[in-house]
Design a protein around this ligand. Structure first.
Ligand code: UD1
Length: 416
């Protein structure tokens, strides 16, 4: 089991460049199934989730290779529509294959993602929407079988602006007959990215980034070369890592607009932040001041930055309240932060934090991707040594996290 060993107390300082967004790249990879021609995904991070998605694409019969950081996928030889259980279990985001497989083969067999460390992840909205498009769905012992004689565009209303359901509907309907409209769609920047990518392949999708998306079905899609947007969550994580160590950083390849909600909170705090084209500069020389926030669908505060922000608030002067509105169980990092000396109590979806001066290093366990990143940030601040166990969760979404942090002056090593 790999671990991070961190000796806290070093201020981060220097420059880093952000990778392409994990949450864009995964549905974009699934979208490569919609054409027989070659797709090139530029600046693709070699994170664990990307490797898991490649395992699934290989199983489906696609060919792929990396040329440097560019991922080349060719789906001409794709001939299977089943995602086996062990591959589905490797990555819960395998559910994004559903729309792509249905579009390509008019059938799909996939396993429902069960409960996970951030709570249950139901797929009722995905299923209900696909049924609207003419897909028959049956479920036997956790395996979902979908088939359709043809896919026909319809109006679909989402009860909640689910990111994954919006993406699955787009993927399933892009080659359907007629028009599909998604009302109350998710507005995340990664949805806009999926639209731009598919449109570069000849799709006709309009309105992504708003709450109504229109998809006019086309007959075929062609190959493309596409650079996904920068990862706003990786960018936010490094801003918070710098803030918690009282350092300064220059982050390249980022879109400040996509995390303006975090930037505003950090500026209201004690951080000085300026932006220039795709660069963000942050300097934090003082002990941070507390602030409160509630997570929600974009443009509200991203749930994927909740844990890392909580690490900062646990050493910010004053009291903060964090409300987690997106996932039912996304506070599993709290017990480890408490073990490190944080003063946090949780009641339902609220966490109440009283800032302490500094955390103390100890042995902690990452239980999910972003919660694990929060423990690394806490370790960077802590007095003494922190060992973060189960870092495979963290490597799902951050490529060479420890190397990037070391390049900024952190004392962090991966140990085996
Ligand atoms: C995506 C992101 C994840 C992020 C989340 C919210 C990817 C690969 N993952 O996950 O990093 O944290 O958006 O921004 O892009 N829900 C239902 N029924 C459904 C679908 C969702 O009840 O059919 C609920 C979920 O349980 C959750 C909420 O809706 O409580 C949000 O889920 P959703 O937006 O679908 O998140 P994901 O697409 O799974």
């Amino acid at each position: 089991m790999e671990k991070y060993m961190i000796n806290g107390g070093r201020k981060l300082s220097g420059k880093i460049t952000i990778q392409s967004a994990k949450n864009s790249v995964l549905p974009i990879m699934a979208g490569a199934l919609l054409t027989d021609e070659q797709v090139v995904i530029k600046n693709c991070p070699k994170i664990k989730d990307v490797m898991s998605m490649l395992n699934i694409l290989s199983h489906i019969g696609c060919k792929w290779q990396f040329e440097g950081d560019n991922l080349i996928i060719n789906s001409l030889t794709a001939d299977k529509y089943v995602v086996p259980k062990e591959l589905a279990n490797e990555m819960r985001s395998s559910i994004f294959m559903l729309g792509a497989l249905i579009c390509r083969f008019k059938k799909a067999k996939i396993y429902a993602p069960g409960g996970c460390n951030i709570g249950l992840r139901p797929i009722d909205l995905h299923i209900k929407s696909l049924k609207k498009l003419g897909v028959n769905v049956s479920e036997v012992q956790g395996q979902i079988f979908c088939s359709a004689s043809s896919l026909v565009g319809k109006d679909i209303y989402l009860d909640f602006p689910s990111v994954g359901a919006t993406e699955n509907i787009i993927l399933a309907s892009v080659l359907a007959k007629g028009k599909t409209q998604i009302f109350n769609s998710a507005k995340e920047p990664e949805i806009v990215d999926l639209m731009n990518y598919l449109n570069s392949m000849g799709a006709k999708i309009y309105g992504a980034g708003t709450s109504t998306i229109l998809i006019e079905g086309v007959d075929r899609l062609h190959g493309t070369e596409y650079t996904p947007i920068p990862d706003r969550i990786e960018c936010g994580t490094f801003l918070l890592a710098t803030a918690i160590t009282g350092g300064e950083i220059e982050i390249h390849n980022c879109n400040a607009k996509n995390i303006s909600v975090l930037i505003h909170k950090l500026c209201d705090n004690t951080c000085k932040i300026t932006t220039n084209n795709d660069i963000i500069y942050l300097k934090n020389k003082l002990m941070s001041k507390s602030f409160s926030f509630s997570t929600g669908p974009y443009p509200l505060f991203p749930t994927d930055l909740q844990a890392q922000t909580m690490a900062l608030l646990s050493v910010s002067s004053g009291k903060s309240v964090v409300v987690e509105n997106v996932f039912e169980k996304r506070f599993s990092h709290v017990s480890s932060l408490i073990d490190m000396g944080a003063n946090i109590s949780v009641k339902g979806k609220r966490a109440y934090i009283s800032g302490v001066n500094r955390l103390n290093g100890t042995q902690v366990y990452a239980s999910d991707l972003r919660g694990g990143a929060a423990l690394v940030l806490a370790g960077l601040n802590a007095e003494g040594q922190t060992i973060v166990n189960n870092i495979s969760h963290i490597e799902r979404g951050y490529f060479e996290f420890e190397k990037k942090l070391s390049s900024l002056g952190a004392d962090i090593k991966k140990i085996y």
